[in-house]
Design a protein around this ligand. Structure first.
Ligand SMILES: Cc1cc2nc3c(=O)[nH]c(=O)nc-3n(C[C@H](O)[C@H](O)[C@H](O)COP(=O)(O)OP(=O)(O)OC[C@H]3O[C@@H](n4cnc5c(N)ncnc54)[C@H](O)[C@@H]3O)c2cc1C
Length: 374
């Protein structure tokens, strides 16, 4: 079946200006396509601006095909960083992870071995090596630890802004706030997006609007199954340099951004203020997370909370990406994924091949939207 619009010279409308939509729009515009991108709020307003931004292919990334996709995702960032020149800086430094004594050491060793067999640059390390890589970290007693050399972290908003600048230079239109409220359909194809009274004609529509994808896709009879998943991050004010790699301790994970701010991820707490979209009260929760983080990163002792973010992950029910043209609406392209930061440059590149060249990229076959249709 040919999924592609015969109208690649027509406008391609990308709905959602998060990291996924920005990357798809950027890669399309780079090829000379006529692109318009719209966002209900502002670029990055969804999961993207609340993301930790770890670029990785470790250990939740399996089976092999999904690991391969993520490893190519890492390579995609190397390529994008080069392409955007000085406009974007990824913090390459790898990640250091460890588990508590008696707390899953065998599982970590098995994961490291499996990833090594897949050719991934990760290896077990001892306390001396942790100290060499992270002199300001105090891991305490641990059961097993590893270093994944080629991982990194990025400020996803910096990346969105850099791609948007390029998009505008290529003549693409970026509209916000512009909430898509409907899709105009004719003979099984989408012909325009609607935002209240206004409509924008399209040869192809890309739905990259995160947790809003199921609602819009449903209008075209396409089922996209996401589940609820929230994540909290605590941000400090700029600090002197403490760490220059992603740190994955048993109960918290943290990184230090180029501006010196330390970002700490912890569990979502139950209780008031944790409803979707409403950050918990910064005071107590943030202090608790930073106190916990200070046990492994003593330089955080006494450091105050600057802000807390609570994000809704774009989490497919089976936790794998949902990417590609919808079988029942052949010019509607869906792009929903967790690990969207890791995957964004790659997905943008592959989506451009599928949208502009009628290619069906084999790497994306396991992730087609059709898997949710009865
Ligand atoms: C706490 C947290 C930590 C994370 N950590 C990592 C990590 O370390 N590494 C990693 O790879 N991934 C991570 N993720 C996941 C990653 O951030 C997401 O997968 C990614 O940001 C999704 O980007 P997106 O562009 O698909 O969606 P979003 O960023 O949600 O963007 C969707 C956009 O669509 C817009 N929109 C919504 N409805 C409409 C509408 N009707 N009309 C027009 N526009 C609309 C929204 O305003 C929004 O800007 C994390 C996520 C969270 C929440």
């Amino acid at each position: 079946m040919c999924y592609q619009s015969s109208m690649t010279t027509d406008r391609i409308v990308v709905v959602g200006a998060g990291i996924t939509g920005a990357s798809i729009a950027y890669h399309l515009a780079k090829r000379g396509a006529k692109v318009a991108m719209v966002d209900a709020v502002r670029p990055g307003a969804g999961a993207t601006e609340k993301s930790f931004g770890w670029i990785n292919a470790t250990f939740s990334k399996h089976p092999r095909a999904y690991f391969d996709l993520n490893q190519l995702g890492i390579a995609g960032w190397r390529r994008l960083e080069t392409e955007l020149g000085g406009e974007l800086k990824v913090q390459w430094g790898g990640s250091v992870a460890w588990v508590a004594a008696g707390g899953g050491a065998d599982a970590l060793r098995d994961s490291v071995r499996r990833h090594q067999e897949w050719g991934y640059a990760t290896h077990l390390i001892d306390g001396d090596e942790i100290h060499r890589l992270l002199p300001n970290i105090a891991p305490g007693d641990f059961g097993a630890a590893c270093y994944s050399e080629y991982e990194g972290a990025v400020d996803a908003m910096d990346a969105v802004k850099a791609m948007l600048r390029q998009l505008r230079e290529a003549g693409a239109e970026v509209r916000y706030p512009h909430e898509v409220t409907g899709l105009k359909l004719e003979r099984g194809r989408v012909t325009a997006i609607q935002a209240g009274e206004s409509s924008l004609e399209a040869g192809v529509v890309v739905l990259a609007c995160g947790v809003a994808i199921p609602r819009l896709a449903e209008m075209a009879g396409v089922s996209v199954a996401l589940k609820e998943s929230e994540g909290v991050l605590v941000h400090t004010r700029p600090q002197p340099k403490l760490i220059d790699r992603v740190v994955l301790a048993p109960d918290i994970h943290c990184k230090q951004k180029l501006d010196g701010r330390v970002v700490v991820g912890g569990p979502v707490v139950a209780g008031p203020g944790t409803a979707a979209g409403t950050p918990p009260e910064p005071g107590e929760y943030g202090k608790r997370i930073l106190t916990e983080a200070a046990q492994v990163l003593p330089g955080l002792r006494g450091v105050g909370v600057e802000r807390i973010t609570l994000g809704r992950r774009v989490m497919p029910v089976d936790e794998y990406p949902i990417v590609g043209f919808a079988a029942s609406c052949p010019n509607l392209y869906i792009a929903a994924m967790h690990s969207g930061v890791t995957l964004a440059p790659l997905i943008g590149q592959l989506a451009a091949l599928e949208i502009l060249d009628e290619a069906r990229v084999g790497l994306l076959e396991p992730y087609r939207p059709a898997r949710f249709m009865d």
